[in-house]
Design a protein around this ligand. Sequence first.
Ligand code: HEC
Length: 130
Amino acid sequence: MKKLPLLVFLVSILSIFNVTLAHANGEATYKQVCFSCHGAGVAGAPKVGDKAKWAPLIKEGQIHITSDGYSGVRAMPAKGGKPDLSVEQFASAVVYMANQSGASWSDPDPKTLAIINEKIEKRQKKSAKK
Ligand code: HEC
């Protein structure tokens, strides 16, 4: 049974990996989905860390820019271009980006999330009419 320690080792590595995936946070989403544009400021995307660019967005507020960004604004693709990205994941990535750029937001609580969802639905209905 020489292989048993190896097996135990592999299983524990895998479970650590699983936990990391389950707790996918804003930073991880940012790096996977948003960094390609917001890292360098591609196509006019507000660059993370550019406080002058972010100040007006931070002023508009978390609810506003999260729902706008999720729905898509001009060159900003809806859901950051990742169709299966949830509102929660998107919102956390926004928090991460804003906090690198002068804000001190936290992940939206259920009440805030409900307002964000409502705004996203309204925007979807509006664009469906056009
Ligand atoms: C294909 C490039 C691209 C990707 C990928 C992208 N963005 Fe953007 N984003 C933009 C651009 C361009 C703008 C500026 C839109 C404008 O105001 O004209 C923008 C603007 C925003 C805004 C401000 C919205 C507002 O109300 O003005 C937020 C918030 C945002 N992005 C969040 C994200 C998040 C979170 C992700 C990843 C999940 C992401 N973006 C991925 C290009 C991108």
